[in-house]
Design a binder for this molecule. Structure first.
Ligand code: NAD
Length: 264
């Protein structure tokens, strides 16, 4: 392993268990020398997150629900008092009512539209602002998105709209923070078997379809998304900001399955 992240400290938000994309990135960063702090959503998640955090030598594990701004403030206050400054931030948080990740987008309710946008998009704006204030020597942040922001994916519905807003937020935040040497990017991951991923109706069908038709003929691994996180959060990505970087076996580049696949 390299020591690309040696001497760098940062916050990982969005680990639920060892299948979480945030965990894939965290592990990769820790393997390359980073010092990490984690948040978990509520006491039930703490049981899973704390042992994972401890396995990579982290002792800062904080409760945070992004719907509760006081808990968000407490996280960044703790980081300020423990570390003074941070170098990177990973935001891997999203939520929508499962009942509306099925059927027609047209049937999205006002309440769930607002809640989905608040948790899955605006929480990045609120946390990025607080993270940037602690990046006194420059820094890098990454959020997670999905191609349902750009193209219609069955059942992804309001989450696709929230991810479109999140990707636009990445570009605006990159401009806001760029002169302070703070970079802001998104990783657009292909479908992965996680708790959030399972919330989308017929997730397994989408997973298998993309596996069959992506140029690489497979889905991506947590390590591969972690590798992209390492690139964007380390100095390797020092010239990159405001980007949406796809890690999806190339699925976003095709407009239809290979003809050979249709003939079988
Ligand atoms: P996951 O279920 O492991 O992680 C989602 C996280 O969001 C959980 O840790 C959960 O606690 C957190 N969260 C939800 N509401 C919250 C709230 N109010 N306050 C604080 N935390 C909250 O699933 P994942 O797939 O690893 O999701 C991480 C990110 O990756 C999400 O933004 C998701 O949309 C994105 N993503 C997932 C896929 C996929 O196929 N799984 C593909 C592309 C992008």
């Amino acid at each position: 392993m390299t020591q690309l992240m040696a001497g760098k400290r940062g916050l990982i938000m969005g680990v639920a268990n060892n299948h979480s994309i945030a965990w894939g990135i965290a592990k990769m960063l820790a393997d390359h020398g980073a010092e990490l702090a984690f948040t978990h959503q509520g006491a039930s998640m703490e049981r899973r997150v704390r042992p994972l955090a401890e396995s990579v030598g982290s002792s800062i594990v904080m409760d945070c629900d992004v719907e509760d701004i006081a808990s968000v403030d407490a996280v960044f206050d703790t980081l300020k008092s423990e570390w003074g400054s941070i170098d990177f931030f990973v935001h891997a948080v999203a939520f929508s009512d499962k009942n509306e990740l099925a059927g027609r987008f047209a049937d999205t309710s006002r309440g769930n539209f607002t809640r989905t946008m608040t948790i899955s998009c605006f929480s990045f704006v609120e946390t990025a602002k607080r993270a940037a204030a602690l990046m006194t020597d420059g820094g890098s942040m990454v959020t997670l998105t999905y191609d349902g922001s750009q193209r219609v994916m069955p059942n992804y519905n309001v989450m696709g709209v929230a991810k479109a807003a999140l990707e636009a937020s990445v570009r605006y935040l990159a401009t806001d923070f760029g002169r302070d040497a703070i970079r802001v990017n998104a990783i657009s991951a292909g479908p992965m078997r996680t708790l959030a991923g399972a919330g989308v109706a017929d997730a397994r069908l989408m997973f298998n379809f993309q596996k069959q038709h992506a140029p690489l003929g497979r889905t991506v691994t947590l390590d591969e998304v972690g590798g992209a996180g390492l690139y964007l959060l380390s100095d390797l990505g020092s010239g990159v900001t405001g980007e949406v970087h796809y890690v999806d076996s190339g699925y976003n580049t095709i407009s239809m399955p290979r003809l050979e696949a249709l003939k079988t």
